[in-house]
Design a protein around this ligand. Structure first.
Ligand code: CO8
Length: 301
């Protein structure tokens, strides 16, 4: 809570971190800033292991049981992403999960159920912020997907430059929003179109398809499958190849490919938030979410 309160004011933390860095002691101050923020939370949901000699950070999501993207989780993720982005020594980011069997269960459904419109709006702005930070990152970003990755979890991995998934048929990945009775927003859809093309996205979204790793590889939703024990070494080797490309040329190319999609959200951010709030607070949608939550519980029993 303290973490979020410190960062209210419409994601004013950019300003805060920039202000600190412009005082001439950027690396040291921003890391103190983040560790102070960490001390204010009972348990950090994100762990970052940054190797200065390789320029690569491994960011592990460690929010049990399923790394669901709650407001607190997203806030902590964004702070860490911003800190890494501002650190010139950090050129590559590998995102993975510390939870067994799950990369991320996507948006935290409890953030969308029974909440006030104001709170839903705050949550949605955090989802947008996470996507923007990831999708336009100057770092090379690789998702090391070591478990299931539905909905927002799939979105998070699609923001990366490259996806490597553990080849375990029990895991699945996809944008399954329609199964919950909700609709993937246009920028979720655009991210998927940019990844797997229009026809695959049409099928995936209308049917709420969750793909096994081999099916995901077939349509290009992931780029590579590996056994569990080779995931991080493969991600590291892949990173080395990407980092051999001159940064400026790669970054400009990435921006050229992604800017139209980014601009579409940045110029419609407030309207998109309103759409989300109006949609998610409808009685019929709340009912669908309740039924889905009950189904999750029953499946477990
Ligand atoms: N949010 C909140 N809680 C969750 C979520 C979630 N997304 N997913 C699972 N949980 C909870 C479960 O209810 C369960 O809680 P409890 O222990 O209290 O019973 C606990 O986490 C563990 O879950 P499981 O026992 O199911 O764990 P498994 O390891 O067996 O399975 C899975 C893991 C595969 C991730 C499974 O939990 C699952 O399929 N979860 C649902 C995933 C899902 O459908 N996510 C969609 C979220 S919506 C989204 O991301 C985009 C929304 C866009 C909104 C647009 C509106 C306009």
């Amino acid at each position: 809570m303290a973490l979020r309160a410190a960062l209210r004011n419409r994601w004013g933390f950019s300003g805060l971190v920039s202000q600190l860095s412009s005082s001439g002691c950027h690396g040291r101050v921003s890391s103190v800033f983040v560790s102070q923020m960490r001390n204010n939370t009972t348990s950090p949901k994100i762990n970052v292991d940054f190797n200065k000699s390789t320029g690569v950070a491994v960011l592990s999501m460690q929010s049990p049981p399923v790394n669901s993207l709650s407001l607190d989780f997203l806030t902590e993720l964004c702070i860490n992403l911003e800190k890494l982005e501002m650190d010139k020594a950090c050129r590559g980011l590998i995102i993975t999960s510390s939870q067994p069997k799950v990369f991320s269960a996507g948006l935290d459904i409890l953030e969308m159920y029974g909440k006030s419109p104001e709170r839903c709006g705050e949550f949605w702005r955090a989802v947008q912020e996470m996507w923007l930070k990831m999708y336009k990152s100057n770092m090379v970003t690789i998702a090391a997907i070591n478990g299931s990755s539905p909905a927002g979890g799939c979105l998070l991995s699609m923001t990366c430059d490259y996806r490597i998934m553990v080849d375990n048929p029990r895991y699945s990945i996809g944008l399954n929003e329609t199964l919950l009775g909700i609709v993937a927003p246009f920028w979720f859809k655009d991210t998927m179109v940019n990844t797997v093309g229009h026809r695959n996205t049409e099928l995936a979204l209308e049917l709420g398809l969750l793909y096994s790793p081999s099916e995901a590889l077939k349509i290009g939703l992931v780029d590579q499958l590996v056994p569990q024990d080779q995931l991080l070494t493969t991600a590291t080797e892949t990173m080395t190849k990407w980092l051999a490309i001159p940064d400026h040329a790669r970054q400009i190319t990435k921006s050229m490919m992604r800017k139209p999609t980014v601009d579409k959200l940045t110029s419609n951010r407030e309207a998109d938030t309103q759409n989300f709030v109006n949609f998610i607070t409808k009685d019929s949608i709340q009912k669908s979410l309740r039924m889905y939550l009950e189904m999750l519980k029953k499946r477990k029993a």
